[in-house]
Design a protein. Sequence first.
Length: 445
Amino acid sequence: MAEVAMSRKMRINKAPRVRGALRAPGDKSISHRALMFTSIAEGTSRIEGLASSNDCRSTLECIRALGIEVEQRDEALIIHGKGLRGYRPPSVPLDAGNSGSTIRMLSGLLAAQPFTTEIDGDESLRRRPMARILEPLEMMGAQIEARDGRFAPLKIRGARLKAINYTSRVPSAQIKSCVLLAALCAEGRTIFREPAPSRNHTELMLAEFGARFLEESGRMSIEGGIELNPVNYRVPGDPSSAAFFIAAATLLPDSEIVIEGVALNPSRTAFLDVMTSLGARIERENLSLMHGEIVGDLRVTTGELKSERPSTILSGSIIPNLIDEIPILAVVGARTEGRLEIRDSSELRVKESDRIRTICDGIRAMGGEIEEFEDGFAIAGPQPFAGGAVQTAGDHRIAMAFSVAGLVAEGATIIEDADCAAVSFPEFYRVLGEVAGEGAIDEIA
């Protein structure tokens, strides 16, 4: 199947099975951070396996606009870092595109630069809340103007930042990363706490690049003003992208998929744990440690899905580490014997779309039944899917989740605005077509 670059619609047909080996694209969360850390290290770093996503391209173009020289050498990027305060004023406003990671995390570094920067994004990004990062950055001494006091575009007047003692109200890796990146440039030792653990890629990378960082019992502290060392960094595969293939291999009969080189950081494996508890057959193989991150292969075969209890409720501390996989988990829930309920996930309302609403709309478009809550949903199974037209609302994870649903549905499923998958996984439809076989996926002109 030919590579799909900018398809507007994809037709997904029922597939008999999925089989093959694949490598997930570079982890998006780690790629964003690798680009930012190498840009502020003192000297030349090398990044291999960088995510090909549009979101990470936004971060790359932002650091280039800030005066960082980047070279492409074969499959690697060479980043010539200029130190903690080495950015130069950009000639135009920075464009974060659709990437919340770019605007929220990069703002922490921009707050410490001796100039004013404007950073904006697309229509979807402009709807997402920014007040959660403005508060700590302003406490540190930055001056930031935001539309209506809480939305992009942001105008950031950098300053000599001072250390703070800050407790976040919500567990968010983006908020945490924003504050810790700003703290690298601040005077003194910054203390950060969060109400529940979130992804710890930033903490691992701080250690990898030589920052003076300590963590104990959820309390993080970092000494500002210490220049970072350049690093040769290999980005592992993205487990959130792998999740769609894990689901497909679990749901379709006579299936087996091997996904190579996946990041298996414990803060990213909640989806694997939930799937295993529902009866999925997932084996972890060839485990190793790379830059502090656990990396390995995943072998997935068809499983008999059944909830361990009549009703499985996922809520509380597991949600931050499951948040990106909830759309595909809804699809799995519809095909699992028992009732699956997701709560405490109101953060989904302010993602690329209102993901709770678009999940529910997608399930109903395929003939399923689902109960919507303000902070989640409940779905009982097993229930069949019928082909239908799914509106993605421009949300990459909705497009990919319901493409997997289309592989098990009776009748053709039409994915509207399917090109939005490129936000995180530009090669998604090509790879899915390869493992699902001829005739499973067609582009509609």
